[in-house]
Ligand binder design. Structure first.
Ligand SMILES: [Fe+2]
Length: 251
């Protein structure tokens, strides 16, 4: 019943805020501890904390190396993509199932306070498939500008027209405050959105560093964007009919 309500909302707005399955939360906590340990070792900092990361003096190149090294460690951990999938199984199945592929490597974004480097106001499609959903999973509690503005489908055209103009940073902020939704997320809460939804990451004006993951799911047989199956995705599960077809092709 609850899932139906969430699906209706997703269908109407193109995004929803929801919770990871409580049964899988301990796996995410373990995963978060692993990242913390990795950072602590790499940065030689025993008291490493995600939220206070910006207090550690680190050059951009070292920060990028840390990020890439963490992403590499996620890829070695095959369970991460599956854990995200099983935690949101009903919603993901209803949106893209039953033949599901997932982005091979989960992205990690580290947004320090007052750092102006971030993605522009955009939507992921058509570079990513129009038949794809994005799971945005914060690793820390995200309040205010640590979060991200989402534009529901109702404001899609308005955002499209706005982006045709050359806009200043101030004009973008004003537009997003008026038409976007900036929701708070606790660790364990996630944002699911359609690749066609516009979104905007404000400059983090809070006193804590934002750490978040993003991962994409689509159906194996739906049209692709610029990212192809072999390079970008891995097959997560296939339907009995697809398995039958595969078994014949192998004979
Ligand atoms: Fe994006």
């Amino acid at each position: 019943m609850y899932i139906n309500k969430e699906l209706k909302s997703l269908e109407k707005k193109g995004f929803i805020k929801t919770n990871l399955d409580p049964k899988t939360l301990k796996n995410f906590r373990k995963f978060k501890s692993k990242i913390k340990k990795h950072c602590s070792t790499m940065l030689k900092n025993k008291s490493f904390s995600f939220e206070n990361f910006h207090k550690i003096p680190i050059e951009d190149i070292k920060l990028n190396n840390l990020r890439l090294s963490l992403i590499k460690s996620f890829s070695a951990d095959n369970n991460l993509n599956e854990t995200v999938y099983f935690s949101l199984k009903k919603l993901i199945d209803a949106c893209v199932g039953p033949d599901i592929i997932v982005q091979k490597s989960c992205n990690l974004v580290i947004q320090r306070p007052n750092d102006i480097n971030r993605s522009p106001f955009h939507k992921d499609a058509p570079a990513n498939s129009n038949y794809e959903i994005v799971i945005w999973l914060p690793l820390v509690d995200c309040v205010g500008t640590m979060s991200m503005y989402m534009f529901d489908v109702e404001n899609h055209e308005r955002a499209k027209i706005f982006l045709r103009k050359q806009n200043s940073e101030k004009e973008i902020d004003k537009f997003c405050k008026k038409y976007g939704k900036l929701l708070n997320y606790k660790f364990g809460e996630v944002l699911i959105f359609w690749t066609n939804n516009y979104h905007y990451i404000p400059v983090n004006r809070e006193k804590k560093t934002r750490w978040s993951l993003n991962l994409r799911f689509k159906n194996l047989f739906t049209p692709y964007g610029t990212k192809n199956l072999l390079d970008y995705y891995q097959i997560l599960k296939t339907s009995p009919l697809t398995k039958l077809l595969n078994s014949i092709e192998k004979v």
